[in-house]
Design a protein around this ligand. Sequence first.
Ligand code: DX5
Ligand code: ZN
Length: 218
Amino acid sequence: MKRFWVAPSILSADPLNLAAELDRISAADAVHVDIMDNHFVPNLTWGLPTVEALARSQKLPLDVHLMISDQDRLAPAYAEAGSESVTVHFEACQDPVKVAREIRRLGARPAIALKPATPVSVLDQILTEFDMVLVMTVEPGFGGQSFMPEMLAKVRQIRSRLARENLDIRLQVDGGVKADNIALAAEAGADFFVAGSAVFGSDSPGLEISRLREAARA
Ligand code: DX5
Ligand code: ZN
């Protein structure tokens, strides 16, 4: 059976109780960490010391999503900090291939994200350098926004290329993913789902993670 991954975004967790919040999501496949700089996106979150502390203090793989400017210069340090995967935005890289190779050399999996207005065609020459593609299903910057169903066409387009070329690359969606739309994203070809408010807004985050996985399979 196809394996679906669910990664809660700690953007929606209680920042004063992160350790306890992480205990509540031990059933997840990874922890999604949104790094924002108030420049590439109009919001500010964490930086390297937090990623290093997360890598030291808990067992789940860290799926680090960079929403910062100048990623060519800044992304490699996030690979060194102990991330399992480092997702760079196509729009914030001068040389995505070079940064992907550097991330891989430093021991993490490189992934590439596309903002809603960025077409899939930008991946034409560079896709195979990455282990995962992230199709943003909201404008990056904030949790709790509504899923953009028109992004599913991009998911379908990428999935069909992956199938055609038999590429083992994960396809992630991030933004507004809930139990009532996750099946649509899975049907379009996504196999890795980020969910912030759906998981941390629930009284029972562990149950919500199972619910999302079940709904993706439906
Ligand atoms: C948005 C972030 C997302 C966000 C998702 O820029 O990349 O990871 O936390 O939160 P929800 O699931 O609430 O849309
Ligand atoms: Zn994210």
